[in-house]
Write a protein that binds this ligand. Structure first.
Ligand SMILES: [Zn+2]
Length: 64
C-alpha cells in the first residue's frame, strides 16, 4: 500500500520510516536536518531499534 505525505497528501514512492515527502520534509526541517532524520530512521529500522527516541529522551533529561 502506498503511503501519503502527511502534509501535502502526495504519494510516497519509496519505503521510508516517515510519512513525509522530500519537499515538505526539507520545508519543515531544512535539507540537512531532513536528511539526517531520514538516515537515522532508516538505520533504526534496519537495527529494529528506534535510536532517535532515545536521543529525544536524553535531550529532555538535560536540565537547563
Ligand atoms: Zn509533502
Amino acid at each position: 500500500m502506498l503511503k501519503k505525505c502527511v502534509y501535502c497528501r502526495q504519494d510516497l514512492q519509496d519505503k521510508r520510516a516517515v510519512d513525509i515527502c522530500d519537499k515538505c520534509g526539507i520545508g519543515v526541517w531544512g535539507q540537512k536536518m531532513f536528511k539526517t532524520i531520514l538516515q537515522g530512521m532508516n538505520n533504526a529500522d534496519e537495527k529494529g531499534d528506534l535510536c532517535l527516541e532515545h536521543e529525544i529522551i536524553d535531550n529532555q533529561d538535560k536540565r537547563v
